[in-house]
Design a protein around this ligand. Structure first.
Ligand code: GLC
Length: 499
């Protein structure tokens, strides 16, 4: 019997994206649908809130109104619409409840997180579980992603424990980001229909950590690279969850994210000024000239250009790059930075760009096409992340022939081979310790090799472009194994409960 799998996630490309979570949810769901054999009953269901920014789907398979338990509703239930959309390899299931999701942001606005996030994501999880029940088909596995979906684990083991569909399902929880826990204070517990001393929240507790609650209830937990899985067990990277993760023992694993080779392909990327490939790199210089012109740099200047793209979040180390910028500019390096998020992190780049308009460019927005032009047109791509569960930019940069310069941590350490320590075998450059000096040092080395050009440089580019992170051959089968394992653990636990 093919297994039936449902994803719950707060982001999914191209419908709703702030970061890598969205790409991974979409790419993995599609890759699972493409796997040979009938291991997975396709299509995989992907549940996503219908935020205001979600584009109207062109084709709708069905729209069903369900009465969903809602602790905030006087009747105890609210009518939530589930809109099913065929999404090229999986079934997107939008949870439509305007009071919760028809808002400017996904998680908050300029003043901070929405105060009713526990209710919003609690309702999202309940609606997804109700939709799965209404399908009236056995469900084998709930694949939960990050804290927003923690409530689904709480509900499976609480209200739905005896439900034939939900109670039976195993949970795999994937940790894309340990920094956000969905901490819900004691006074907000009613938003989830929870109360201290209810058997879920201990009597004296100050609140509930939704990510931890998900981890504790999941049969299996993974994060998105083996390197970060090892780091997350330490207090320095575990963000307060290292103890909980250590207790999971071998039920906590690392599975490296893949990259969708069809989505990220410089030989067929419509946003690029010219196509290119490993065999024919000529188009890359056209892309470089196009990028430099677009940002107002002198396009004929052969001096090195470093790109950086990401969420403006302390995790990503934008501040390290802005602090390093004076030293880099002195060495003739130019910078193109794109990001959206915390405006405070953009401030220093705004000032640098104002003072050096032909040498520093800031694109302070989320711009898919421009991002692709940076991956293709820059000479290097930098990721000085303080921690990085996996990271996608470095994989794209490798594929686009733009050697990455990364802090040697988590998934960055797993995916970039440092040319300095492995000369002739490297795919990029990495530095130990998230410091300005480390970053400047690695940039200097990288730029030195670039200046020399020749076979050493060509070899570095070629090796990077040859790395294959394809989901279908690599990571998706690993997830399939994890699903099987989680299902077996669930079955064992349930039969142990029966005796
Ligand atoms: C988060 C992590 C990033 C990872 C992505 C997808 O954004 O910070 O490292 O690549 O999730 O798993």
């Amino acid at each position: 019997m093919p297994m039936r799998v449902a994803f719950l996630a707060a982001e999914c490309e191209p419908w709703a994206k702030t970061g890598g979570l969205a790409d991974v949810v979409d790419a993995l769901a599609r890759a699972l649908g493409r796997l040979d054999g009938d291991a997975i009953g396709t299509p995989v269901d992907v549940f996503l809130p219908r935020y205001r920014a979600v584009p109207d789907p062109v084709t709708v398979e069905s729209a069903t109104v369900l009465e969903v338990p809602d602790p905030r509703s006087p009747s105890g239930h609210s009518p939530v619409t589930v809109i099913d959309v065929p999404a090229g390899g999986y079934r997107l299931r939008l949870i439509d409840y305007p009071a919760a999701f028809d808002r400017e942001g996904f998680y908050g606005d300029a003043t901070g997180d929405y105060a009713d996030n526990a209710w919003r994501f609690g309702l999202f999880c309940r609606a997804a579980l109700e939709a799965l029940r209404a399908d009236d088909r056995p469900l084998d596995l709930l694949h939960l992603h990050d804290w927003h979906t923690g409530p689904a684990a709480i509900f499976r083991d609480g209200r739905y424990a005896d439900d034939p569909v939900i109670g039976r399902a195993a949970i795999l929880m994937t940790l894309h980001n340990l920094a956000y826990h969905g901490w819900t204070t004691r006074s907000s517990l009613p938003q989830l229909g929870l109360a201290p001393g209810d058997g879920i929240v201990p009597a004296g507790a100050d609140g509930i950590d939704l990510l931890r609650a998900g981890i504790e209830r999941a049969e299996l937990v993974n994060t998105v690279s083996p390197g970060f899985a090892a780091e997350a067990l330490t207090p320095a990277f575990g963000m307060g969850l290292d103890g909980t993760l250590r207790e999971m023992g071998d039920r906590f694993v690392g599975i490296l994210n893949g990259l969708d080779n069809a989505v990220w392909d410089p030989s067929a990327d419509p946003d690029l000024a010219a196509p290119y490939s490993r065999a024919n790199l000529a188009g890359k210089s056209t892309c470089r000239a196009d990028l430099l012109t677009r940002v107002g740099f002198v396009s004929a200047d052969p001096g090195p250009v470093i790109g950086m793209i990401g969420r403006l979040d302390p995790q990503k180390g934008f501040d390290l790059l802005s602090d390093a910028a004076p030293a880099l500019l002195e060495r003739g390096i130019r910078l193109i930075v794109q990001g959206s998020g915390d405006p405070a992190l953009a401030g220093p780049f705004r000032a640098l760009a104002a003072a050096n308009p032909e040498r520093v460019s800031l694109i302070e927005r989320f711009d898919r096409a421009m991002a692709r032009r940076i991956y293709a047109g820059a000479d290097f791509f930098v990721m000085p992340s303080r921690f990085e569960p996996c990271g996608q930019g470095q994989m794209i940069a490798l594929r686009y022939g733009t050697p990455p310069i990364v802090h040697r941590t988590g998934g960055l350490a797993d995916t970039v081979i440092d040319e300095t320590t492995s000369p002739g075998h490297g795919t990029g450059f990495s530095f130990q310790g998230a410091t300005v000096d480390g970053l400047v040092g690695a940039c200097e080395t990288a730029v030195g090799l670039h200046r020399h050009g020749g076979p050493a440089w060509a070899g570095l580019l070629g090796r990077g472009m040859a790395v294959d992170f394809d989901w279908t051959t690599g990571s998706a089968p690993r997830y399939l194994d994890a699903y099987r394992r989680a299902i077996a653990i669930r079955a064992r636990r349930r039969s142990a409960e029966d005796v």
